[in-house]
Design a protein around this ligand. Structure first.
Ligand SMILES: Cc1cc2nc3c(=O)[nH]c(=O)nc-3n(C[C@H](O)[C@H](O)[C@H](O)COP(=O)(O)OP(=O)(O)OC[C@H]3O[C@@H](n4cnc5c(N)ncnc54)[C@H](O)[C@@H]3O)c2cc1C
Length: 458
């Protein structure tokens, strides 16, 4: 039996952020991880997905070079080399994280951990069981890709993002079930490198939950690049045929080589020993006090994708890990500001949002104003040939900015200035008084803020 200040189960963004942050309080930490620290995000999520999207962007830039008077022969995608690049990026970051955990004195315990009663974790290490005791415990066991009936994942013809990030050759015809963030990111990169892509979405818009204007602008752009959307459609069970897979829906049939199921992620909470604690679950997700991240079991915290009613995003995991460690080490609260979390879809173009959407403002009966400014007149956007999209700011009438969205190039970077506006509850007039450099893409935000403050320029 080994006693630590903190024992963490799961080495993804929630767990590793908690482990790293604990050095600020001189805590002794054990991090239990069944694979390698990094989690979904580093190994089969954010990082590899964004690497593929960047590869597609490079390919697309070279393909369109002639539009800028730069003559190059049409590019070819060396899929194997691209896969190597993705693997190198992942490996570099995973190794870097391992080094940082070591430097911070975190004991990484390899094996499968289960909560085993008050303050302890049993770890199946592969050659025996080890029990770790902690003054506090953090559960950060993350999530898995869900599927739907009729789409049994075989890793070949029916896959999840786990497999798709490691495809060893380019699929020519792909059906993506689910037009959420993950589905649209794959659609964007595959279409850019020349695959035929169909996206099936059951709801009435893609990236459900986001501002309908953002969703429409993205769909328009993706459609122009050949992606076929089937919106408001419920697919029927897949049919395997020699030449591929058939996706039947509403009397129609689409044949593809592979189906990527991207219908959301479920929590890894079945077999982690929660039944031996007083922690409460809601639909499999762990219920916590959002001020502290503590569960109903004193001294047991939960962070990351397993937490009920919070966005499944890596940076949310980081913030929740920090909140949990702060409370466990000091008793003080450092709650996550869920109102000001940026949400980015890294498609081409990117969609980024923060705070509430116009739909939510209207559903909540708020007295609000929505102000929009298009990218089409923004000089820098014209220079780079990407002047489609817009910025939108939602503010309370005579009150602060409560939400914003940007669709267009670098939207995921630009959203952060709007994050400050939402987080600091700035009035449009306060934010608009600050000057944006010219010519920059961010001017689309500056122009929107000026218009929201009642005095537009261009
Ligand atoms: C394709 C894809 C793209 C994504 N892109 C983005 C993005 O761009 N930006 C973003 O913010 N989010 C993105 N996400 C979501 C992001 O990856 C998750 O929100 C984040 O990884 C959640 O962190 P976590 O620590 O809760 O869980 P995870 O990252 O899932 O980590 C959990 C860890 O716990 C380990 N584990 C589980 N059970 C046990 C056990 N019993 N014992 C020991 N170890 C265990 C697992 O091996 C894993 O390493 C993406 C996800 C996917 C699938």
């Amino acid at each position: 039996m080994t006693l630590h200040d903190l024992v963490i189960v799961g080495g993804g963004p929630g767990g590793y952020a908690a482990a790293l942050y604990a050095h600020n309080f001189d805590l002794s930490v054990a991090l239990v991880e069944k694979e390698r620290p990094g989690g979904t995000c580093l190994i089969r999520g954010c990082i590899p997905a964004k690497q593929w999207l960047h590869i597609a962007e490079v390919y697309s830039t070279v393909s369109h070079a002639a539009e800028f008077g730069v003559v190059a022969s049409q590019p070819e995608l060396d899929w194997g080399a691209a896969l190597d690049r993705k693997n190198q990026t992942v490996e570099g970051l995973v190794r870097g994280l391992g080094g940082l955990l070591k430097k911070r004195g975190v004991e990484v315990v390899s094996g499968y951990g289960r909560l085993s009663g008050s303050g302890s974790v049993d770890v199946d290490t592969g050659d025996g069981r080890r029990t770790l005791e902690g003054r506090s415990l953090i559960l950060a066991s993350g999530s898995y890709a869900r599927t739907i009936p009729g789409y049994d994942v075989d890793g070949e013809k029916i896959v999840t993002s786990d497999h798709a990030l490691d495809w060893d050759r380019q699929p020519q015809r792909v059906a993506i079930i689910g037009g959420g963030v993950i589905g649209c990111e794959f659609a964007s990169f595959l279409a850019d490198v020349g695959s035929e892509v169909h996206v099936f979405e059951m709801m009435d818009q893609i990236i459900p939950g986001s501002d309908p204007d953002s969703a429409k602008a993205l769909q328009r752009q993706l459609q122009k690049r050949g992606i076929k959307f089937h919106i408001g459609v419920k697919v029927e069970p897949a049919e395997m045929v020699d030449s591929g897979v058939v996706v039947p829906f509403g009397g129609e049939r689409v044949e593809v080589d592979v189906v990527l199921v991207a219908v959301g992620r479920g929590p890894n909470t079945d077999d982690v020993g929660l039944d031996r604690t007083a922690a409460k679950l809601d639909g499999g997700f762990v219920v916590v006090d959002p001020a502290t991240m503590q569960t109903a079991e004193p001294g047991l915290y939960a962070v990351g994708d397993i937490v009920a009613d919070t966005p499944q995003l890596a940076h949310v995991g980081f913030a929740e890990g920090i909140a949990a460690v702060t409370h466990s080490a000091t008793g003080n609260i450092q709650p996550v500001n869920y109102q000001a979390i940026p949400r980015v879809t890294y498609t081409h173009p990117e969609v980024a949002e923060v705070g509430i959407t116009e739909t939510q403002a209207s559903e909540q009966g708020l007295d609000y104003e929505a102000t929009k400014h298009a990218f089409n007149g923004v000089g820098r956007a014209i220079i780079i040939g990407q002047n489609q999209g817009h910025a939108k700011v939602i503010s309370l009438k005579d009150g602060p900015i409560i939400g914003a969205s940007v669709v267009g190039p670098q939207a995921g970077e630009m959203i952060h200035e709007l994050m400050y506006s939402v987080g600091w509850e700035a009035l449009p007039s306060e934010a608009a008084a600050l000057i944006h450099a010219h010519p920059t893409l961010s001017e689309v935000v500056g122009e929107t803020l000026m218009a929201a403050a009642g005095k537009s320029l261009h």
